[in-house]
Design a protein around this ligand. Structure first.
Ligand SMILES: Cc1cc2nc3c(=O)[nH]c(=O)nc-3n(C[C@H](O)[C@H](O)[C@H](O)COP(=O)(O)OP(=O)(O)OC[C@H]3O[C@@H](n4cnc5c(N)ncnc54)[C@H](O)[C@@H]3O)c2cc1C
Length: 459
């Protein structure tokens, strides 16, 4: 085995290319967009500036993995992920969740031994810890947050920080669990934005000898005798490979690119049952205001948890909420440049449940502009926002359902269950085909899925 085709030039595809090329394999990475980075790449705005990645990233990358990916990655400026809990509570959460952190940087062990190890780690902290963790993981975010010393705005911001993971409002069971995991298991993030990480990975991959084909997508896999042996590109070119590693979402990999009749029924079932209703849109904007070197700032437009719940209710009924909730980040400009910003517009109707005509877009753009004016820090003024609806995200980045994590991040679709029992281990049951990316184990943590999948191939 010496030639590997990597599909997708986002963080996961780039990390996979680095590890594979460094192991001496011949690596071709195919990316449909003209530039690399995927969701984490630079997003150009009208007016010449660019947002340094539309991912505000709350989960980050474990330090040992940054080291493994090479000096360009390790030597980026890394800062702590933002937390939305009071410092004392955050420290307690991190202590309680410490044994779970390893789950984000280890491959899904065959029989769930990773989970058992994590459970044992919590048990060793004492029976009270087990009880507390078991209680929080299944709770609704509203109930857990009501117990914490936070004001209504603080509760809303904390819940909003993970509201983009699923269509559910903060009173749905399990939403506290995902918030807990994010707070307990977050790692440092690149201070200059995710695009800086994408650029660093690109340099590592080039230096390791990987080749990139950009501006052309993969149209289908070539399957011979049940094994994937290459891919056909959108322009008709056929590429042979000993192994194909896809970092696209599970439905794209297993339902769209595999020729009809070649997918084992159990794999097809798993890919079909994986839920990926994208309910987050994005507003990207240039701003005028103080340009402090390297500083970033988060803001949330909801003043109460009810605002999130109402928005989720409207979206589930196929309506755009009257008051959309924004969860945003301002990237302060470097070298005197003015800031740029990205705001997640939480709880919009999922693709297929709403028609985004010009009137609907215009009305959302106007509401977003007003919300930005009200919630950006004093002295910062936003220019006209560029809107991406969940549908736009799906089309632009080739993501089924338009979900920013390639699929909902909910307790039954996390870790060993992501995207399902058969497919979470990177090496798929289809010979010659590996799958990774945001819709695969572990969910959260930048580039880790691609790195672990590449390791699975070279080990
Ligand atoms: C607002 C927001 C917040 C987020 N927060 C976090 C966070 O806190 N932590 C976290 O870990 N993640 C977060 N994410 C998820 C984020 O998307 C990932 O971390 C990461 O950027 C995904 O990388 P990826 O390589 O798996 O996928 P992508 O970036 O989606 O890359 C896949 C690539 O495949 C390409 N492609 C699609 N179809 C084809 C085809 N047929 N042929 C060739 N190429 C194709 C696409 O163009 C794309 O470039 C967030 C996302 C957003 C936007």
């Amino acid at each position: 085995m010496n030639r590997v085709l990597v599909l997708g030039g986002g963080l996961d595809g780039l990390a996979a290319a680095v590890i594979l090329a460094r192991a001496g394999l011949e690596v071709d990475l195919v990316e449909r967009l003209p530039s690399l980075g995927g969701l984490a790449g630079e997003f150009p705005l009208d007016g010449g500036r660019a947002v340094p990645g539309i991912v505000p990233c709350g989960w980050g990358m474990p330090g040992d993995m940054a080291r493994e990916l090479g000096p360009h990655v390790e030597n980026l400026e890394w800062v702590d992920s933002p937390s939305f809990l009071p410092p004392k509570i955050q420290a307690e959460v991190r202590k309680l969740g410490a044994p779970l952190r390893r789950l984000f940087s280890r491959p899904p062990a065959g029989a769930g031994t990773g989970l058992l190890g994590a459970a044992l780690g919590v048990r060793l902290q004492g029976a009270a810890s087990v009880h507390q963790l078991a209680r929080i993981l299944g709770m609704a975010a509203t109930d857990w947050l009501a117990e914490l010393p936070l004001d209504p705005e603080g509760r809303a911001a904390a819940a909003a920080s993970t509201s983009g993971l699923s269509p559910h409002g903060p009173s749905a069971p399990g939403t506290a669990g995902m918030l807990f995991l994010k707070e307990a298991c977050s790692f440092p993030i690149p201070a200059a934005g995710p695009a800086a990480l994408a650029k660093a990975l690109e340099r590592e991959a080039v230096e390791a000898g990987a080749r990139f084909l950009t501006g052309v997508g993969v149209a289908s896999f070539v399957v011979e005798d049940g094994a994937v042996v290459g891919a056909v590109l959108d322009d008709g070119e056929r590429l042979q490979a000993d192994q194909v590693l896809s970092t696209l979402d599970p439905a794209s990999t297993f339902l769209c690119l595999m020729p009809a009749g070649t997918v084992p029924p159990a794999v097809e079932r798993e890919a079909r049952t994986f839920r990926s209703r994208g309910t987050v849109g994005l507003a990207l904007f240039q701003a005028e205001g103080p340009a402090e070197k390297g500083a970033t700032m988060e803001f949330c437009s909801a003043s109460h948890l009810d605002a999130l719940e109402r928005a989720a209710d409207a979206a589930s009924a196929g309506r755009v909420p009257d008051s959309p909730v924004l969860m945003g980040r301002l990237w302060q400009g470097r070298d005197g440049a003015s800031p740029t910003g990205v705001a997640e517009i939480l709880h919009l109707p999922a693709p297929g449940t709403f028609t985004w005509n010009e009137e609907a877009r215009g009305s959302l753009r106007a509401t977003v502009k007003v919300e930005l004016e009200m919630h950006l820090p004093a002295g910062v003024k936003a220019g006209p926002p560029t809107l991406l609806t969940p549908e736009d995200i799906g089309i632009r980045f080739g993501i089924t359902g338009g979900h920013l994590f390639h699929g909902e991040v909910v307790p039954d679709q996390w870790h060993l269950m992501r995207p399902g029992r058969l497919l979470s281990g990177y090496q798929s049951p289809i010979q010659g085909l590996l799958s990774a990316g945001r819709g695969h184990h572990p969910a959260g943590t930048l580039a880790v899925s691609g790195l672990l999948a590449a390791r699975a191939l070279v080990d």
